[in-house]
Design a protein around this ligand. Structure first.
Ligand code: NAD
Length: 362
C-alpha cells in the first residue's frame, strides 16, 4: 500500500505527539519505515514497569498516519492493563503496519518489520493480531527473536486458551450470581462462532448448557446447531435473548446505550475486545444490576499462552483457569465498593503497576 503525500498530509492535520488524545504517558513511540519493502509501521510501547512490552502486531489499511497512531496508542495501553491483570511479568505494547493484508503482504515486508522490532533490543515483543498469520510470525522470526507465535515458541493457535479463559469466567460469574457454577440447565447466548466462540460453545455444551447461537456467517451457525443442538437467532437479537449469560465473541462496542436497555441476560461474559462503547456503559450495566466480566480480563487466555510459551501444558492451563479467580476478586470488590466491575478491574491493574513501580524504585 502506498502512503501518498496526500494521505500523510491528511493524517498530519490532526496529528500531535504528546498532545494526542490517546497519548497516555507512553514510554516510547517508534515510526518505522523501510523504502525497499514499503514498510510503514508504528510501534507503541506504553508501559514496561512489569517487564518488556508484549502485544501483537496489526496489519490494516489505515487511511493515514493519524489513524494508525491512534490505534497503536490505544491498543498498547490496553495491553498494559490486560497483561497486568493476567499476572504476567510483561508490560503493554502494540505495533501496527499500514498495509492491506490481502494485497500488500510479503515475507520481505515482514522481515523488515522484524528488524524494526529487533532494533528495540527486546523492549517490545511482537505477536499475531488482526491481519497477521503464523506464516508472518515465521518471517518476522527470521529477523528477531523478540516474536511469539513462531514454530520455535508456539504451541499453536492461542484461541482455545482464550475460549478456556472465557469458559472459566462464565463459571465464576454464575457462581457469584447464583452460588453455583454448574452449567446444567443454564442458557448462554453466544454471539460470534469464530475461533474463540465455537470452541467456547463446545466447552459450554459439554458442561450441559443450552446454547443460543448467532453469527453473520450462516455456515458457522449451521455447524453449531447440528453439533450442539443449539437454537439460532439473528445476530442483531443475540443480546436480547432471555438467557443466563450473553457471551459476545464477535465485534467490539456491542454494549452501548442502545443495547443496554434491551439486554436479556444478567451476565455479560465473552471474548470480544472493547465490548463497552463508552466507559460510562460500565456504570449503566451496574445500575441495571448486570454482572459484566471486563473484556480484557476474561479474554486474556490467548496472551497468557503467548507469554507462558515455555511452560508445560498443565501449568499453562492452570494459569488460564486462574482468570476465573481474578474475576471473582473483581466481582467481590465491585460489590464491596459499589463500583462497576470495569472500574474495579482498571483500579486493580493500576495498583499492580504502582506496586511494580515502587519495587523498581526501592
Ligand atoms: P474470528 O475472526 O475467528 O471469529 C469472529 C466471528 O465473528 C466470525 O465467525 C465472524 O463471522 C463473526 N462475526 C463478525 N461480525 C459479526 C457480527 N456483527 N455478528 C455476529 N457475528 C459476527 O475471531 P476470534 O479469534 O474468534 O475472536 C473473536 C473476538 O474475540 C474478537 O473480538 C477478538 O478480538 C477477541 N479476542 C480473540 C482472541 C483470540 O485468541 N483469538 C483473544 C482475545 C480477544
Amino acid at each position: 500500500m502506498e502512503i501518498t503525500s496526500k494521505s500523510k498530509e491528511a493524517g498530519s492535520m490532526n496529528m500531535s505527539g504528546f498532545d494526542h488524545p490517546e497519548f497516555d504517558g507512553h514510554e516510547k513511540i517508534v515510526f518505522g519505515h523501510d523504502a525497499r519493502t514499503g514498510l510503514y509501521t508504528v510501534i507503541a510501547i506504553h508501559d514496561t514497569r512489569l517487564g518488556p512490552a508484549l502485544g501483537g502486531c496489526r496489519m490494516w489499511p489505515y487511511q493515514n498516519t493519524e489513524e494508525a497512531l491512534t490505534d497503536a496508542l490505544r491498543l498498547s495501553r490496553g495491553m498494559t492493563y490486560k497483561n497486568a491483570m493476567a499476572g504476567l511479568d510483561y508490560g503493554g505494547g502494540k505495533a501496527v503496519i499500514i498495509a492491506d493484508p490481502k494485497k500488500d503482504k510479503s515475507p520481505e515486508l515482514m522481515h523488515a518489520f522484524g528488524k524494526k522490532v529487533d532494533a528495540l533490543g527486546g523492549l517490545y515483543i511482537t505477536g499475531e493480531d488482526v491481519g497477521m498469520t503464523p506464516a508472518d510470525m515465521e518471517a518476522i522470526g527470521g529477523a528477531t527473536e523478540h516474536v511469539r507465535g513462531t514454530s520455535k515458541t508456539h504451541r499453536g493457535d492461542p484461541s482455545p486458551y482464550t475460549a478456556l479463559g472465557v469458559y472459566c469466567g462464565i463459571q465464576s460469574a454464575l457462581k457469584h450470581l447464583y452460588g453455583s457454577s454448574d452449567l446444567h440447565g443454564r442458557t448462554v447466548s453466544v454471539q460470534g462462532l469464530g475461533n474463540v466462540g465455537f470452541t467456547l460453545a463446545r466447552f459450554l455444551h459439554d458442561a450441559g448448557a443450552d446454547l443460543v447461537v448467532s453469527d453473520i456467517n450462516q455456515s458457522a451457525v449451521g455447524r453449531a446447531v447440528s453439533a450442539f443442538g443449539a437454537k439460532s437467532v439473528d445476530t442483531n437479537d443475540a443480546h436480547k435473548v432471555e438467557a443466563d449469560v450473553f457471551a459476545p465473541c464477535a465485534m467490539g462496542a456491542g454494549i452501548n446505550s442502545d443495547t443496554i436497555p434491551e439486554l436479556g441476560a444478567p451476565i455479560i461474559a465473552g471474548s470480544a475486545n472493547n465490548q463497552l462503547a463508552e466507559p460510562s456503559d460500565g456504570e449503566a450495566l451496574a445500575q441495571r444490576g448486570i454482572l459484566y466480566a471486563p473484556d480484557y480480563v476474561i479474554n486474556a487466555g490467548g496472551v497468557i499462552a503467548l507469554a507462558r510459551h515455555d511452560v508445560e501444558d498443565d501449568v499453562l492451563e492452570a494459569d488460564v483457569r486462574d482468570i476465573g479467580d481474578t474475576l471473582t476478586e473483581i466481582f467481590l470488590r465491585a460489590q464491596a465498593e459499589n463500583a462497576p466491575t470495569a472500574t474495579v478491574a482498571d483500579r486493580i491493574a493500576e495498583e499492580r503497576l504502582s506496586a511494580a513501580d515502587r519495587q523498581g524504585r526501592s
